[in-house]
Design a protein around this ligand. Sequence first.
Ligand SMILES: [Zn+2]
Length: 178
Amino acid sequence: MDSIAIEKACRFCPRCGHQADVDGCVPFRCSNCGFANFYGPVAAVGGLVINEQRELLLVRRAREPGKGKWGLPGGFVDRDETIEQALSREVLEETNLRVRHARYLTSFPNLYEYGGVVAPVIDLFYVCQVADQGEIRLTDGELDSFSWLTPTQRHLQEMAFASNRQAIEKWLREEMNP
Ligand SMILES: [Zn+2]
């Protein structure tokens, strides 16, 4: 089955079951009960974890989307948590590293496909220092390897998400022109 945008997948009102008058409209507005769904974007965080040698931590994804490609530790922001809490939680969950200091870098829109449905995401990127860079332990099943490095064009071409690559490119420009 081809993947489909989330607004195309929602053909009926989730509140009253009325069929959508217009297919794939953003936002969804139900003409029967007035329910509206704005479809996000959902917020996600990505950490550019830098070590004392000014190297960047890349993690390799063990599952789709982007299986076998490089990424930054991160993930979706949960309800009732701040962006900063989500960043610390995701970096800790995925790498066992404790974020000691985080500086906002930039944001890029992204799309995330799950179960054949594509939903809009806004990725927020932070440059992170961690308490002890030697403590890395990756989440089983999600990530299968990591590397501290100065990213080259080859690494950038092997990133799972364009937004991650754009954030790293911005950080590299800053590193070259402090
Ligand atoms: Zn309705």
